[in-house]
Design a protein around this ligand. Structure first.
Ligand SMILES: Nc1ncnc2c1ncn2[C@@H]1O[C@H](COP(=O)(O)OP(=O)(O)O)[C@@H](O)[C@H]1O
Ligand SMILES: [Mg+2]
Length: 265
């Protein structure tokens, strides 16, 4: 790469607005994600976190605002558009097919076809299983077998499979919406380890969580949303207690680093 070339952030969202009728879910949010960064996204219920990430992953079309991927303006009209540009979202409810095995879930929607006869194809299960095994090993995900039906996995294992599935699409940006909600403490630690592993392997990640200690443990930077606006955008540093008090102050509206901008609606 040309060293003098300007390095663009992986993602830049500018002045994103999303209205659902009279509900102003996002009122002009800016967000930057740098390469190989873990960005935490926090805020109270209904702050707009999921909506902002659905806009980035192509599930929602914004009412206003622009998205740039590596400096190039993007026009996402559906999740496939975003996927093609390397943006992948892992949903809160996993969105896995429980009655299928791990391999089938990892390859859902992009099955490897061995031989094509016109519109028909023979799926290469052996290759898909091997690739799934490699993926699980690479991400240090502990599951009994790639032939195990997803419904027989624990909540933590299902979350790991959902995240692994996202990375299997060659995602450069992985968005996770509450990946640790409803998991046991041990399972939460595993998911956080997986986030660290993904970062170590070069991914850029945005993680939504209401568990501030999760954000504190894995994030480089954090954005706080409140009522559809950004109120804080800072490095994650200091001790956990200090961090928590600070974040809560932004969440409840006691602090707002963008008060002036936010006042002009
Ligand atoms: N599809 C939708 N239709 C109508 N309102 C929505 C829709 N999605 C989100 N909202 C509203 O937008 C606001 C932000 O929601 P959301 O992004 O889910 O918040 P968060 O994820 O921070 O809890 C809420 O008031 C919510 O009710
Ligand atoms: Mg949400």
């Amino acid at each position: 790469m040309n060293q003098t070339a300007e390095k663009h952030p992986v993602v830049e969202m500018r002045n994103i607005k999303k209205y659902f009728g009279g509900v102003h879910a996002l009122r002009g949010v800016d967000l930057v994600l740098h390469e190989n960064e873990v960005l935490g996204l926090v805020g109270d219920n209904a702050a707009g976190k999921s909506t902002l990430m659905k806009v980035l992953s192509g599930a929602y079309i914004p009412t206003d605002g622009d998205i740039f991927i590596e400096g190039k303006k993007a026009h996402f009209t559906n999740p496939m558009d975003a996927r093609r540009q390397g943006i992948e979202m892992v949903y809160q409810d996993y969105a896995l097919a429980n009655n299928l095995d791990v391999t089938a879930n990892v390859f859902l929607g992009r099955e490897v076809v061995r031989i094509s006869f016109g519109p028909f194809g023979v799926l290469d299960y052996h290759l898909m299983e091997q690739e799934t095994r490699n993926l699980m090993n690479r991400l240090k995900i502990d599951i009994p077998s790639v032939r195990q039906k997803v419904e027989r996995l624990s909540g933590g294992q299902r979350q790991a499979v959902a995240i692994a599935r996202a990375t299997a699409f060659d995602a450069k940006v992985i968005i996770m919406d509450e990946p640790t909600a409803a998991l046991s403490v041990a399972a939460i630690d595993k998911v956080l380890e997986l986030v660290r592993e993904l970062k170590a392997q070069g991914s850029s990640i945005i993680m939504i969580s209401h568990r501030l200690e999760d954000i504190y443990q894995v994030s480089d930077r954090m954005i706080v949303l409140r009522r559809g606006r950004k109120v804080s955008d800072t490095k994650v540093e200091g001790d956990l207690h200090e961090f928590r008090e600070n974040v809560v102050a932004y969440m409840i509206g006691a602090r707002d680093d963008y008060a002036h901008e936010n006042d002009v609606d």
